[in-house]
Write a protein that binds this ligand. Structure first.
Ligand code: HEM
Length: 155
């Protein structure tokens, strides 16, 4: 493992992220506020979102290879008119799922994870509004540790 490891490695790789998204969407389909948005969800959706998160967090470019990268992700949100209440519920359920599957709970990892989720969900709301014109082409974002890399007592 290179130092510092990527968020992808720290999280536990594709296997851990897939456990996360499977636990998350089990909660989503039971949730009265989110269920209508995901009524026609592809059964493979949890795996696709795990691949996206892995690519963002420094893992392999698997979402780009398999799904077509940012343009495909963007198109899935256009016109959905996601509300702030739905966004906040999405965040809450994802954090519950992170605890359920025991993603690393150290402050540094969870701060970086929450930072990306806060950013990404707010973009999803903006981009999903009627009349929004987000960029159609962009790279998959890369998210790192930010100001707090893994804590070390001695260098
Ligand atoms: C960090 C935030 C988010 C990420 C990383 C994310 C990721 C994704 C990805 C990668 C897809 C496309 C999957 C594919 O390849 O088919 C997708 C689709 C979708 N997303 Fe998001 N999303 C985020 C936020 C949200 C929020 C806040 C909502 C609504 C509350 C939402 C609702 C949807 C819906 C309804 C679809 C289409 C699902 C289907 O019918 O198959 N997303 N999302």
């Amino acid at each position: 493992m290179v130092h510092p490891p990527t968020l992808f490695e720290w999280a536990g790789g594709t296997e851990a992220l897939t456990r996360l998204t499977e636990a998350f969407y089990r909660r989503v389909v039971e949730d009265e506020l989110l269920r209508p948005l995901f009524a026609h969800m592809d059964p493979a959706h949890p795996r696709y979102v795990a691949l996206w998160l892995g690519e963002v967090f420094g893992g392999p470019a698997a979402y780009t290879a398999e799904r077509g990268g940012y343009p495909h992700m963007l198109r899935q949100h256009l016109g959905k008119a996601i509300t702030e209440a739905q966004r906040r519920r999405w965040v809450n359920l994802l954090m519950d799922a992170a605890d359920e599957v025991a993603l690393p709970s150290d402050p540094e990892f969870r701060a970086a994870f929450a930072g990306y989720i806060e950013w990404g969900t707010r973009l999803a709301v903006q981009n999903s509004q009627p009349g929004a014109h987000p960029p159609q082409e962009a790279p998959v974002p890369k998210w790192g540790w930010g100001v707090a890399p893994p804590y070390q007592i001695s260098p």
